[in-house]
Ligand binder design. Structure first.
Ligand SMILES: [Fe+2]
Length: 337
């Protein structure tokens, strides 16, 4: 009898362990308390949303993929190929991914703000942070029924705002606009109904108070690594004029350099006056930058005096070589236009 009990307990233990170990997905704890997002998102909503809704997506996802090849894929790979799978996988894989992301981009900490680089990207794409928020709120209000609104990075490293129905997201191959989300707002009624009832607009206005911009920035920076010359805008400015004048000249078109030689000399002067980032601040680079300024000025004078085309072309080509020397010294490799 004793042996039978012992055997049963052991059997039960191993069965539980086996089933548990088999399930690829499980619910993670929140990085803050259920109460912590109040008054913007209430405790009861958070508890139900996390332990019931999110848990249900996980349970159903594990069930839907059990014994199929989808079990071996990462969640991201599954989403990227979601059109190959039935609706039960699409809804629950999306539900798990979206909520897992959602919890991390919320925080009780006030005063988080986008990093300098994310802030610059937001400015370039949307004007400013408030315009981004308005755009996302508009998309969320226009989402009929249940869904999500997203800020994502596309394959060209550009930010975009979109909204998806149900538990779809921009990572899925069925999405209209594809990319990797860095911020997602749940606009299912289960995310706000207890506190805000039908007032989706009030929920949207409130949620911006608990967005974790540090986490959103971290996600952005992983997807869009810093460019080598991001801290030296003057060399990027010079490069622009160089690229737009040198290449046409190589093809026999000297018009661009003839109209822009003054601008090029100006940019070279600014480059010489610029603060060279510490990592590039070497004697050889300083010397080449100085040479670039002197030679650009000479080229400009040549253009003003209507020197023969061959001379102008040669001078620009030499200038281009000096530029390559600088970029080559910075990177230790050949610069590519
Ligand atoms: Fe939700």
């Amino acid at each position: 009898m004793k042996n039978l009990i012992k055997y049963s307990i052991t059997y039960f233990f191993w069965t539980v362990l086996f089933v548990y170990a088999q399930a690829p997905y499980s619910l993670s704890r929140l990085p803050y308390g259920y109460k912590d997002l109040e008054p913007y998102i209430d405790e009861q909503t958070m508890i139900i949303h996390h332990t019931k809704h999110h848990q249900a997506y996980i349970t159903n996802l594990n069930k839907a993929i059990q014994g199929t090849e989808a079990e071996k894929l990462s969640l991201e790979d599954l989403l990227k190929n979601i059109s190959k799978y039935p609706a039960s996988v699409r809804n629950n894989a999306g539900g798990h991914y979206n909520h897992a992301l959602f919890w991390t981009i919320l925080t009780p900490n006030k005063n988080t703000s986008p990093s300098k680089r994310l802030s610059d990207a937001i400015q370039n794409h949307f004007g400013n942070l408030d315009s981004l928020k308005s755009l996302m709120n508009r998309e969320a209000m226009n989402r009929f029924g249940s869904g999500w609104v997203w800020l994502s990075v596309d394959e060209n490293k550009k930010l975009f705002v979109s909204s998806t129905p149900n538990q779809d997201n921009p990572m899925m191959d069925v999405a209209d606009k594809r990319g990797t989300p860095i911020l997602g707002i749940d606009v299912w009624e289960h995310a706000y109904y207890l506190k805000y009832q039908n007032r989706r607009g009030d929920y949207l206005a409130a949620i911006w108070n608990v967005i974790n911009w540090e986490e959103v920035s971290k996600r952005f920076e992983l997807l869009v690594p810093k460019g080598k010359f991001d801290d030296w805008p003057e060399i990027k400015e010079f490069h622009k004029v160089m690229a737009q004048t040198f290449h046409p000249s190589e093809e026999g078109n000297l018009e661009p350099i003839k109209t822009r030689s003054g601008e090029m000399a100006e940019k070279a002067k600014k480059l010489m006056a610029s603060k060279i980032p510490a990592e590039f601040d070497k004697k050889e680079i300083r010397a080449s930058v100085k040479k670039l300024a002197i030679e650009s000025e000479k080229l400009h004078k040549m253009v003003q005096k209507k020197a023969p085309d061959e001379k102008i072309k040669k001078s620009l080509s030499d200038l281009h070589d000096v530029f390559h020397t600088i970029v080559g010294l910075c990177s230790g490799e050949q610069h590519q236009h």
